[in-house]
Design a protein. Structure first.
Length: 256
């Protein structure tokens, strides 16, 4: 089951976070905290394949969807997390429709794309229920339940957002508001008029296409605001920063 997708289908918001701790224990703890998903970030954090595999396994055991933010639009970067059992991919810095077409080709099985087939962990090496029902059933399940989410954080992606959101094989859009604000000429001014217009445009494009609208939020107030504005899912903060803020607050409280 893809928890993010299931919640979207019943119109319930999903909440997750990014992890930079490179720790399966940290991922398991996040699941214990009651989050719906965790994003393993290979764009801004170096994560070797073995650690990624451990974190994806820990997430599943803790009842948490493991999504992976990949670092490039390449077959290897797309295929490896999916074969390890990631529930979806977040793809940063997308600029063009052609890039997204290439992503779909790498991430989705035929007839939607051209993903390479091999019995791997995501289908329990050919032993899960869908795989035992036949390759066609497994590939259809994977196409429907494994999320491919381009990230809107460039002017190019925003200019093409209606086309990208409506593409077959694209399951939603993830907004990176910090980089998007830079691209729109209002660095870190997340409530600037051009940002409000851009976010409304992304939500409208996703609603029109029947796709997920996800966004990064730095705090609880912002997350509530974005969900109220029509986003379906919020990635709330970063585990490293939460750790720093929590211990800093406790240390300051102890010191008086």
């Amino acid at each position: 089951m893809n928890r993010v997708l299931e919640k979207y289908r019943v119109r319930q918001p999903s909440v997750g976070t990014f992890t930079h701790l490179r720790s399966s224990v940290a991922v398991e703890a996040l699941g214990t905290a009651g989050l719906d998903f965790v994003i393993l970030d290979t764009e801004h954090c170096v994560l070797n394949p073995e650690t990624m595999a451990e974190c994806i396994t820990a997430a599943g055991a803790a009842g948490l969807d493991a999504l992976v933010r990949i670092h490039s639009v390449t077959r290897e970067a797309v295929l490896h997390p999916l074969d390890l059992g990631a529930k979806g991919l977040i793809v940063p810095a997308v600029e063009t429709v052609e890039e997204v077409e290439r992503l779909v080709r790498f991430a989705k099985f035929p007839p939607v794309g051209g993903r390479g087939f091999c019995p791997t962990r995501d289908g329990l090496w050919g032993c899960d229920e869908a795989s035992l029902a036949g390759a066609a059933v497994y590939m259809d399940r994977s196409n429907r339940e494994t999320l491919l989410i381009p990230q809107c954080e460039t002017a190019g992606c925003l200019a093409n957002i209606e086309t990208i959101a409506a593409m077959e094989g694209v399951d939603g859009i993830f907004v990176g508001p910090l980089d998007l604000s830079i691209a729109l000429g209002c660095p870190m001014e997340l409530d600037a008029p051009q940002m409000r217009e851009a976010l409304a445009r992304v939500v409208a494009a996703c609603k029109a296409a029947g796709k997920l609208a996800m966004i990064f939020c730095g705090d609880v107030e912002t997350a509530r605001k974005r969900l109220a504005a029509g986003f379906d899912s919020a990635a709330l903060g970063l585990d490293v920063l939460a750790l720093i803020q929590s211990y800093r607050a406790m240390a300051e409280a102890v010191r008086g």
